[in-house]
Each structure stands twice: as C-alpha cells, then as structure tokens.
Design a protein around this ligand. Structure first.
Ligand code: HEM
Ligand SMILES: *[C@@H]1O[C@H](CO)[C@@H](O)[C@H](O)[C@H]1NC(C)=O
Ligand SMILES: *[C@@H]1O[C@H](CO)[C@@H](O)[C@H](O)[C@H]1NC(C)=O
Ligand SMILES: *[C@@H]1O[C@H](CO)[C@@H](O)[C@H](O)[C@H]1NC(C)=O
Ligand SMILES: *[C@@H]1O[C@H](CO)[C@@H](O)[C@H](O)[C@H]1NC(C)=O
Ligand SMILES: *[C@@H]1O[C@H](CO)[C@@H](O)[C@H](O)[C@H]1NC(C)=O
Ligand SMILES: CC(=O)N[C@H]1CO[C@H](CO)[C@@H](O)[C@@H]1O
Length: 518
C-alpha cells in the first residue's frame, strides 16, 4: 500500500515538473503547428487566420450585417489579450494569457463583442498542438503585421495552457481611478511607463462603441452603416502608428480619442494615464511606436502562469514535411508518404525534390525524386511549394528522411496507419489501426489515445479531452503486429491520435488524414 502511494506521488511530480503540455504531445509538433499557422496563410494547406485581419479594417466576427457593424477584427484581437492577461499576479505566478477571458464575457468589465467573436473564430483551429491562448498570441502578431507593422517584430512562442474556468476580475475600466489602474498593471508586471505606452499602443487601433459605452460617446454615432456606433481613437484606426499620440499631444484630429476628450470627466482614463508623467512616455512613444509597441505586446503575450514553459521563438522553416503518413502491407513492408513543403522568397525551388532515407545502422538509400510540384501558397513569410512523395523504406530500422540539408525523423517501430483508419462524422466514431514491431510488443498490448477538442460550458473556446481507445489484435504482417480500436467521440474535427505499447509511443497523427477525416 505504501509503495503504491509513493508511485502515484512520483508520477504526478514528474508531470508537474517537466512541462504541463498534454501528456504524449511533443513540443516539436506544437512548434511545427504554430509555424504552419504563421506561414501557410493562403493557397494550398492554408489556415484562415491571417485572412481575418487582411485588410486590417476587416470584420470577420459573427454579428449580423458585418459590413455595417463598425467593428474591426484586428482591434478585437489586440484588445482580447489585455483583458485576459491584466488580472495576472506575476509574484504569485498565477493568471496571465490563458484564455480564461473566454469564461468572463458576461462581466461588465469585458463588455463588447470582442470576447466571443475572438473565441468563436479561433475555436475550429485549436487542437492539442495549439491552445486557444497560443492562437490569441498569433492573433496579435498577424494584426500587427496587417496593420502597418512587421510580422517578424514579435517573436512568437508556444506552450500556453488554457484555463478551464474563469479567473479573477479586475480589468480597469474608463472610470477606474489612476491609482488602482496602475496597481493592477503592476501586479501583472507592468511599470507605470510601460502601462501608459501599452494602452496608447492598443488604442492606436479600433474604436469605442456607443452600444457598449453610451455614457462616454453618447448614442449619436449609431447609424445604418455604423450599427455599433464605433468612434475611433485616432484618425488612422487601421494603422498601428503614432497618429493618436501626436493628435493627443497637439490637440489635432481626434485629440487622443474618446477616453481623452469625453465630456464625462471621470471616464477620461487615457488622459489621466498619458498626462500622469508630464507626457514624457507618450512623447517618447510617438518617436518609436513600432519598436516599443511590439516589445510591450510581446511582454503582454508572454505573461503566463509559472506552470507554463514557453518554447523558443518560432522561426519559419525553409523545408519541412507535412501530412506524413506510414503504411504497412500484409507482408510487413513499410511505405512512407506525405508532402515536402518549400518556403521561399525570391528563387523558386526545383520542380522535384530529391531525398533519401537512412537507417539506424547508417545505411543510406539511393536518391529518390518526389512527384512534381503539386500545390502552392503564399503568406507573410514568402511563397510555398508542395511536393507529394511516397516510397518504400528499409524497415524495420529506417530513422530519417533527408533532403536539402533537412532531416525528418522517422520511427518505424510503432506507428498509426492513417489510410487504414476511419472517421465517421455522422456516427461520431473514430477507428484507429496501428502497427508495432512484434519484437517491441514483447507480449504486451497496445493502447490508443485521441485528443479531442470538445465544446465546454461557459466559453466558446474548446477544451482538449483525452479519450482512450481500447485496441485489439488485428493481424500479423511480417515483422509487425497490427491492432485495431473503435471509439465514439463527441466531435471528430481537429482530433489527434497516438498509440503506445507501455512507454513506447508513436508519433501523433491528425485524424483528418484518416479515411473520411475532417
Ligand atoms: C486602463 C486601461 C484601459 C482602459 C480603461 C481601456 C478602455 C477601453 C474602452 C472603453 C474601449 C472601447 C471598447 C468598445 O466599446 O468596444 C477600448 C477599446 C480598445 N482597447 Fe482599451 N483600454 C485599456 C487598455 C488597453 C490595452 C492595454 C490594450 C491593448 C494592448 C487595449 C486595446 C484596445 C483596443 C485595440 C480597442 C479597440 C477595440 C475595438 O475596436 O473593438 N486597451 N479600450
Ligand atoms: C520605462 O522606464 C524605464 C526606466 O527608466 C526605461 O528603461 C524604459 O525604456 C521605459 N519604457 C517606456 C515604454 O517608456
Ligand atoms: C459619467 O458616467 C457615469 C457612469 O455611467 C455616470 O454615472 C455619470 O453620471 C456620468 N457623468 C456625467 C457628467 O455625464
Ligand atoms: C500633456 O499633453 C496634454 C495634451 O496636449 C495637455 O493637455 C497637458 O497639459 C499636458 N500635460 C503636461 C503635464 O504637460
Ligand atoms: C544496407 O543496404 C544494402 C544495399 O541496399 C543491403 O544489402 C544491406 O542489407 C543493408 N544493410 C542493413 C543493415 O540494412
Ligand atoms: C459568450 O459565449 C458563452 C459560451 O457560449 C456564453 O456563456 C456567454 O454568455 C457569451 N457572452 C456574450 C456576451 O454573449
Ligand atoms: C527487427 C526485426 O524484428 N527484424 C526481423 C524481421 O523479420 C525478419 C524475417 O523474419 C527477421 O530476420 C528479422 O530479425
């Protein structure tokens, strides 16, 4: 009994001290997923996130009559992390960017469409590799990039963990006096001058809406082409630039916007902040807007609970493998298949890519050629070209595929068989087939895991649930033993699968690569 308790405790300790990503999900896969979202913006294999803020004035939210709403997605995406992170207590190591705001949309301090518009838009693209909070960070980066800034200005990291419940309240409002406002930001790690600058950076984009704050801007801004009655902070609400700061300092244009000029003096929170140090910070910020705003946005996005370990910054990969799948024939021969992605700016890559495979004993295969280029895309970091490949491997024992100086690790000891596995969206079932080397099975048995994004109460963000797939013996194929398992799930979209025999785990695979997968 005693040793049983000790075992449980040490297993828990292991989970807590390593990192708190989902057990069984590799950091490298999280990094490559974020890289994909960052690079693949349009065309083949693209992710519809950058398009939501392209152009910067676009509204991709869910309110009716969107063209006449007076809303702007890039502004919503920059406002979201402020309301999410500012209740952090950095000394205690709690709170920060964790998407807890998704549960807090009904609080008066978070009034507006921005919380649920952001959560609803980003929910379909979250999965066990990429949390909602990581997507919120990406949202700020792409908004900056599309609103006059630079996509490389904010180094993007992954590893944020989503909260599963609301956090504390305390977001400053326009009526909050300056003392408590600065105290709240200080608790979240921002000095007074950083607070002034961060607020001014945020308020370079977007509007105060009459439907949210009639006591600040009145109701006259509401018209048939501005249904929410948006009043801009400055004369360039779709550019992250110093115009609002200069208009405040010189009394021109919007004069710094509604939170400076409103007749309701108690709601002049921007005026109180900007003037609190004799305009020193705002004057300096107007000279270096891009650099200072990017740095402060980065600090905001990287304010995370002490349980989170963020990755190194994501860098676009000139070469990578996507949608990698493995096959095992009845006789036990193994084939690998997938796409090579080239990322380039000026010189187009060749029409075919040559590659080889390498075994653990150092045997190098002859050079193979991919199929001809079959897809292309574009994005913030350049153009992409895709090449399908499929080849038999010297298995068991193949450990990598190599081309253009890039090496992709392969594990032919235990692997999911996507083209023999099936998703039935109507029945909400997923059938997983997988192979393991009989010598590695060593009389044991296989277990599968699905990482399923599920809807949850109180937030439009999804939560990832790990579903166990009981696996049964299916067949012996040469050196391999195949297993098969079927489970019901609450949702079949964005699911990731993995199999394991004891501590020997396979690579994870998106079930969109299965038959019928979405
Ligand atoms: C004392 C701190 C702050 C106060 C009192 C405040 C207050 C407000 C208010 C009242 C609005 C109007 C919202 C609406 O009607 O839709 C607004 C909009 C906005 N705020 Fe702040 N804010 C503060 C700090 C920040 C910070 C730190 C950021 C980001 C770094 C930020 C980014 C934005 C953006 C982008 C908008 C425009 C939203 C849109 O057009 O949908 N704010 N803010
Ligand atoms: C805030 O003040 C510190 C210390 O003087 C300075 O190093 C920093 O650059 C200032 N930041 C901003 C945004 O003004
Ligand atoms: C300012 O707004 C507050 C909150 O709505 C309201 O109580 C107050 O009467 C307003 N003051 C003026 C002068 O309009
Ligand atoms: C700061 O600038 C504002 C706007 O120009 C002005 O009203 C205010 O008097 C200035 N405050 C100080 C202390 O310079
Ligand atoms: C290495 O490759 C050669 C030629 O393809 C083959 O004959 C040999 O069996 C391989 N050795 C191992 C250890 O796989
Ligand atoms: C946002 O969505 C959540 C979850 O569906 C819901 O509980 C909440 O009331 C919504 N908030 C607003 C302001 O509509
Ligand atoms: C690693 C492994 O189990 N290899 C075996 C594959 O099958 C051949 C033929 O049965 C065996 O000789 C290998 O040892």
């Amino acid at each position: 009994m005693k040793s049983f308790t000790l075992t449980i405790v040490s297993v828990l300790a292991l989970f807590c001290t390593t990192n708190a990503d989902f057990p069984g999900i590799d950091r490298q896969d999280m990094i490559e997923e974020m890289e994909h979202y960052l690079v693949d913006n349009a065309g083949t294999n693209s992710v519809p996130i950058v398009s939501a803020v392209s152009s910067c004035s676009n509204y991709a939210g869910f309110a009716s009559d969107p063209q006449n709403r007076g809303e702007q997605t890039s502004a919503q995406w920059v406002r979201f992390p402020f309301h999410d992170f500012v209740t952090a207590d950095v000394a205690a190591g709690t709170g920060g960017l964790d998407a807890s705001l998704g549960f807090e949309s009904d609080r008066a301090e978070n009034h507006g469409l921005f919380v649920n518009d952001t959560m609803e838009f980003l929910a379909p693209t979250m999965n066990a590799y990429i949390s909602m909070a990581d997507q919120v960070s990406l949202g700020v980066l792409v908004s900056v990039a599309e609103c006059g800034g630079n996509a490389a200005a904010i180094p993007l990291r992954v590893g944020r963990i989503d909260a599963l419940a609301a956090g504390p309240s305390g977001v400053p409002t326009p009526f909050t006096p300056i003392g408590p406002t600065l105290a709240q930001f200080a608790q979240a790690g921002f000095a007074a001058n950083e607070t002034i600058a961060l607020v001014a950076c945020g308020h370079s984009l977007g509007r105060v809406h009459a439907v949210n704050f009639p006591e600040i801007v009145g109701e006259s801004p509401i018209t048939s082409t501005n249904l929410d009655g948006g009043v801009t902070f400055d004369s360039t609400p779709t550019v992250l630039d110093p115009s609002g700061m200069n208009e405040y300092l010189t009394g021109t244009g919007s004069g710094g916007g509604p939170l400076v000029t409103t007749s309701n003096v108690s709601a002049r929170s921007d005026f109180r902040l900007f003037s609190s140090d004799n305009n020193v910070t705002i004057t300096n910020l107007a000279q270096n807007t891009g650099r200072i705003c990017s740095g402060l946005f980065e600090k905001m996005l990287n304010t995370v609970p002490s349980t989170v370990t963020l990755s190194d910054p994501i860098t676009p990969m000139p070469w990578k493998i996507v949608d990698f799948i493995m096959h095992c024939s009845p006789g036990g021969s193994v084939r690998i298949e997938g796409f090579i992605r080239a990322l380039w700016t000026t010189t187009p890559p060749p029409n075919k890519i040559t590659y080889n495979t390498v075994t653990s004993s150092g045997n190098v295969s002859r050079q193979h050629a991919s199929d001809a280029a079959s897809g292309s895309g574009s994005g913030l970091f350049g153009s992409t070209t895709y090449y399908h490949f499929v080849i038999g491997t010297d298995s068991p024992g193949t450990t990598s595929m190599n081309f253009q100086g890039y090496s992709y690790p392969i594990d032919d000891t235990i692997f999911v068989l996507p083209t023999q596995s099936t998703v039935k969206p109507d029945a909400n079932t997923i059938e997983v087939k997988a192979a393991v080397l009989t010598s590695s099975l060593a009389g044991g048995t296989m277990e599968g895991t699905l990482y399923v994004p599920e809807t949850q109460q109180g937030s439009m963000a999804k939560k990832i649930t790990m579903v166990t797939v009981p696996m049964k013996f299916l067949s012996t194929n040469g050196n391999y033993t195949l297993f098969d398992g079927l489970v019901s799930v609450s949702n079949v979209e964005g699911v990731i699968a993995k199999v394991a025999v004891g501590s020997l785990g396979s690579k994870t695979v998106k079930t969109k690569l299965f038959n019928g997968g979405i």
